[in-house]
Design a protein around this ligand. Structure first.
Ligand code: ATP
Ligand code: MG
Length: 337
């Protein structure tokens, strides 16, 4: 059976995708779920959160087959097949397939192969377009993962299209501003378009002669089901009254329904009551650099790390928040915790 893939996505940047995945991965692992984390953002921020720079340098420099996402798919640029992923063990239940700035080199190939996957010779294009999914599933297989968590960059390009058609469930993190709302509006129709065009390709594949020549070749379903959104709490500044944020935040329930789910807007629904809002993520202020410095999720910070006084309380709050969020997401994707 295939392992479910959960991707955090918004085409607005800097809305906390990478931080959320980092923290959720640790939280799921603490609940004894086995997690394969795949860093498909060429910026590799998630990899930098888990590994020391020297370690990343060694991995990139080794150019070992399968050592990063790019090193897994690179053989496809020639005549060879996908290389088996080599995962970095973070804890007993947490494994990472590192990202790679070189992954951007795969973007052109993905764009070129996309239209070809509707032609007659479609095995190779389909192999390339679904390469990320094949890599994710091999990675999950290696560690018998319960869940694959994927981080991507904030754009609607060919890499992200391939990631999304490999995705079963999508969570949409948002900020409390016009740009996040606009990102949400762009994202909805794009997800619908990607889902439909992948379905066309799957139909084409299943009715093709080539399918019979490759009986073991499996493909993702491309469901990319939105399971809800997360809203980052703004830092409240004296210069910008809370009303300014509230104006954008309260539009989210309607835009999410209209543009992402194709449902009727609900002007009366407030974001804090919206069942599609998975959580409001607090601004963790100075705990964030503290966590980064100690290479830990903020809910694992201790007094020895500097989390004393009011910080200690905030650490406990963060633990409660992320535990609730992990349980909520697990419920939505049918994973028992
Ligand atoms: N809850 C939070 N409280 C305080 N700071 C946060 C929080 N979440 C994220 N940040 C900080 O905000 C910045 C952007 O977060 P992050 O990198 O997770 O966003 P992103 O959506 O992954 O960005 P990109 O689109 O560039 O990939 C980072 O400096 C991060 O440390
Ligand atoms: Mg990021």
């Amino acid at each position: 059976m295939n392992t479910p893939v959960l991707t955090f996505f918004n085409n607005k940047g800097g809305v906390g995708k990478t931080s959320l995945i980092y923290h959720l991965a640790w939280m799921f692992a603490s609940m004894r779920k086995r997690i394969a984390i795949i860093d498909l953002d060429p910026q590799s921020n998630l990899t930098a959160a888990f590994l020391e720079e020297d370690q990343i340098f060694d991995i990139w420099n080794s150019k070992q087959e399968g050592s990063t996402v790019f090193q897994c798919v690179k053989p496809l640029l020639g005549v060879n097949d996908i290389a088996r992923p080599v995962l970095q063990k973070i804890t007993a239940d947490l494994y990472l397939l590192p990202g790679d700035v070189a992954l951007s080199r795969f973007e052109d190939t993905l764009s070129t192969e996309w239209p070809k996957s509707l032609d007659t010779n479609l095995y190779r294009p389909m192999r390339i377009i679904s390469a990320f999914w094949q890599v994710m599933q091999q990675a999950a297989d290696t560690i018998q993962a319960d869940l694959i968590l994927v981080d991507i960059g904030p754009n609607l390009g060919a890499i992200n299209r391939s990631v999304l058609l490999s995705t079963d469930f999508v969570v949409i993190p948002l900020g409390a501003d016009l740009f996040s709302l606009q990102g949400l509006s762009n994202l909805g129709p794009t997800l619908i378009e990607w889902r439909d065009s992948w379905e066309r390709r799957l139909d084409h594949w299943h009715s093709s002669l080539e399918k019979k020549e490759h009986p073991g070749f499996l493909l993702p379903l491309g469901e990319m089901k939105p399971i809800g959104y997360l809203c980052q709490q703004p830092i409240l500044r004296l210069s910008k009254p809370i009303m300014a944020y509230d104006k954008w935040v309260q539009r989210i329930p309607s835009v999410y329904r209209e543009d992402v789910l194709k449902e009727r807007p609900v002007p009366e629904m407030r974001q804090e009551n919206d069942p599609y809002c998975l959580a409001i993520i607090r601004h963790f202020r100075s705990l964030v650099p503290m966590g980064q410095e100690h290479r830990k999720p903020i809910f694992n910070l201790t007094p020895a790390d500097g989390a004393i006084g009011s910080h200690a309380g905030a650490v406990q709050e963060a633990r409660k928040d992320f535990k609730l969020l992990a349980e909520k997401i697990a419920g939505k994707i049918g994973m028992t915790v």
